[in-house]
Design a protein around this ligand. Structure first.
Ligand SMILES: [Zn+2]
Length: 466
């Protein structure tokens, strides 16, 4: 039951996720390494109630196949311009019921879909370039295709390659030639270390088939089938950084690289690249999408998307921010790797709040959002610094007769005085957001008149407005 899928489309990696609430989300990793993140579920029609998901690139389109919770099969296309046609066509596909596992691949200008039915039988369907489907009718013609448990497929050099896991845990592989003939699932026993597989995905990279598996102990392994049909076996798991605790995995070929997306057992999303030279960069960057952040049901799709976009902006500012030390930057980045729970703040004079050292953050949408994008990002990064465990004392306002026109850090707190309030990590982190130096100066001084953060006895840090 795949809940994550990815595919190369042109020079981009596109990722599809089923969130815990059953909604479909999609992200793009651009060729420069930046991510646009999982924001678009609400614009794709009929994208709820998803049980499992798979996707493939066909030309410059992304095709997504899902099985709904009621067992029905649906398919959607994301056009090259980013528009979606929605999951509307399931009922037109013959024999698309009783599906247990689902996978798909683009072969030429066709979409090929492979499924395991509830009775363990393997079936395959083709969506022609003209949009017509031939249905899941050919299972019985493929040698040795019964009694399987998990299935994955991909295109390699114009052929459809299918990987199967049998009920006994053995790994098998078949090829559908360009002329439509199948060679059958006959080669499993020849592949070294192909036992104890719990989850399976594969991708074509150049003339090679790359297979990624999660073993029963959560370890990640990878094998290559060379163009000459020889296999190198599942031997390299231990060489890939951060490849433990895998919950499910998906792979896609982008140019001459293999991209692997995984959900860890804690639901966090991670991504790794195997370069053409065989080196792995490890599962270190996927959390940039913040797909692991969760949101109260009362938060609208538009509010959630704005929060995610502003969080990601804040995250993108951390690396180059000279206002934080290496240790502070590291702590904040680690806080962003945790599954932060977002709730709704209702106190009328509070922008947002968070627990110092906690994993929860509350936003007052009616108060914070009208203040604009910079203010939202500053508030979020300040509260994330509290989640990272940083604190500060209550701000001391100037006594009568004194003002920040003549700062005196021994007596009261003023912006840029590097004193006991403005010198703390949460306040310095806000400076990572604001634009150039003169904009920032003005903004911080104005903001000092409006905002101050108070941490109560329970460790709840609330940014008060007015
Ligand atoms: Zn604070």
């Amino acid at each position: 039951m795949p809940r994550i899928a990815c595919a190369g489309v042109g020079n981009e990696l596109q990722v599809c996720l089923r969130k815990a609430d059953g909604f479909f989300f999609h992200a793009v990793r651009r060729v420069d390494g930046s991510w646009d993140g999982f924001n678009d579920a609400s614009i794709v029609s009929n994208s709820g109630d998803v049980a499992q998901i798979t996707c493939a690139g066909v030309g410059n389109e992304l095709h997504v196949c899902v099985q709904k919770n009621n067992g029905a099969f649906f398919h959607a296309i994301r056009q090259a311009d980013g528009s979606w046609n929605g999951f509307n066509d399931g009922s037109v596909i013959p024999n698309s019921n009783n599906i247990a596992d689902l996978t798909c691949a683009g072969v030429g200008n066709e979409l090929h879909v492979c499924v395991r039915k509830n009775n363990g039988a393997f079936f395959h369907a083709i969506r022609q370039a003209d949009g017509s489907w031939n249905g899941f009718n050919d299972g019985s013609v493929i040698p040795n295709s019964g009694g399987n448990r998990l299935v994955a497929c991909t295109a390699v050099h114009g052929e459809l390659h299918v990987c199967l896991l049998k009920n006994n845990g053995a790994f098998f592989h078949a090829i559908r030639q360009a002329d439509g003939s199948w060679n059958g699932f006959n080669d499993g026993s020849v592949i070294p270390n192909s036992n104890n597989i719990a989850d399976l995905t594969c991708a074509g990279v150049g003339n090679e088939l790359h297979v990624c598996v999660r073993k029963n102990n959560g370890a990640f392994f990878h094998a290559i089938r060379q163009a000459d049909g020889s296999w190198n076996g599942f031997n390299d798991g231990s060489v890939i950084p951060n490849s433990d605790n895998i919950g499910s995995c998906a792979a896609g070929g982008v140019g001459n690289e293999l991209h692997v997306c995984v959900r860890k057992n804690n639901e966090a999303f991670f991504h790794a690249i195997r370069q053409a030279d065989g080196n792995w960069n490890g599962f270190n960057d996927g959390f940039f999408t913040l797909a692991h952040f969760t949101f109260d049901g009362g938060i609208t799709g538009a509010q959630r998307n704005m929060l995610l976009e502003r969080h990601r902006f804040a995250l993108s500012r951390i690396v180059g921010c000279g206002n934080l030390t290496d240790t502070e930057r590291q702590s904040l980045t680690q806080a962003y790797q945790r599954a932060i729970v977002h709730g709704i703040e209702t106190r009328p004079n509070v922008n947002a709040s968070a627990i110092v050292g906690g994993n929860q953050l509350w936003v007052n949408f009616g108060v914070l959002f009208p203040q604009g994008q910079v203010e939202i990002a500053q508030t979020l990064i300040h509260e994330m610094m509290h989640c990272a465990g940083f604190s500060h004392p209550t701000r001391r306002n100037p006594p009568a007769g004194m003002s920040c026109a003549a700062p005196n850090p021994a007596i009261f707190d003023c912006p840029f005085d590097n004193g006991q309030y403005y010198g703390t990590p949460p306040l310095r982190a806000e400076l990572c957001i604001a634009g150039n130096q003169s904009d920032m100066l003005l903004r911080v001084q104005e903001k000092a008149d409006e905002d101050h953060c108070i941490i109560d006895e329970e460790g709840v840090a609330s940014i008060h407005r007015g």
